[in-house]
Design a protein around this ligand. Structure first.
Ligand code: BTN
Length: 254
């Protein structure tokens, strides 16, 4: 990536035109021993995937579809921390380059006025309880016009173009994001999760809100009280019982 000023995050970039999913390519590279910070970027994904088994629309040249390999030496239960870190870095990178200020909906959706701009999907390769590689997929809607979104997404999705009425050079946005990921990742390795958690909280729109968490085990309604030091959401239900939410779809009910 021309003009990138990081020392290892995104220094090794694999560009692809059309792929099924950049996650699959990054998974394969990680198994083959790719260095930490290796980035896979594609112009188009035919089988882009999202959280909770959803599909992720990735039309050609319209957005940033990329997967980053990280190799933090941490136990599996701490991996949500990295997802939150990436969400913060992506908010900061987009803001710095384009001026668009996104909010984070737990765990890692980036929204602008309630519409989805970016999704993050973390997958991992691990042996026993140690992480071998984290494959962090980042999908950012950049230059889509309204009609580029599938009809059912038009009321719930947005793009940087729609927010700024300007087309953007995607490489510059990627560079900005890589810079912020590297900065926060080095901070994390040095100081731990706490400073990242404070930043995440400052961008979050979920905390202090009544939300519904749809998990694989059922639905819980309650007050989003905070996140734990591991990045797990604390939800207090109407009986005052606090639930630890590891993975869910969060609906904000206002
Ligand atoms: C979500 O919001 O559900 C997460 C969406 C993640 C999409 C990105 S695009 C690049 C990478 N490759 C994929 O197949 N998915 C992620």
């Amino acid at each position: 990536l021309f003009g990138l000023n990081t020392s290892y995050i995104g220094r090794n970039v694999h560009f692809e035109e059309t792929v099924d999913s950049t996650q699959n390519i990054a998974q394969k590279l990680a198994l083959e021993g790719a260095a930490e910070g290796t980035l896979v970027v594609a112009e188009e994904q035919l089988g882009g995937r999202g959280r909770l088994e959803r599909k992720w629309q990735s039309p050609k040249y319209k957005g940033i579809w990329m997967s980053l390999i990280l190799k933090p030496v941490i136990p599996i239960m701490k991996t949500p921390q990295l997802t939150l870190l990436i969400a913060v870095a992506v908010v900061q990178g987009i803001q710095e380059v384009t001026g668009v200020q996104a909010d984070i909906k737990w765990p890692n959706d980036l929204l602008v006025n309630g519409k989805k701009l970016t999704g993050i999907l973390t997958e991992m390769q691990a042996d026993s309880d140690r992480v071998h590689s984290l494959i962090i997929g980042i999908g950012i809607n950049v230059n889509q016009q309204l009609e580029d979104f599938a009809e059912e997404l038009q009321s719930s999705a947005t793009s940087i173009y729609l927010e700024t009425k300007t087309s953007w050079d995607r490489a510059i946005i990627i560079q900005g994001i890589m810079k912020h990921i590297e900065k926060l990742y080095l901070l994390y390795l040095q100081k731990g999760f706490y400073p990242i958690k404070l930043l995440w909280e400052s961008y979050s729109i979920s905390l202090g809100q009544k939300v519904r968490a749809n998990t694989l085990n059922g639905s819980i309604f309650g007050l989003a009280k905070g996140i734990t030091d591991d990045g797990v959401l604390l939800l207090e239900d109407e009986q005052g019982v606090v639930h630890f939410i590891y993975s869910a779809d969060i609906l904000m009910e206002t």
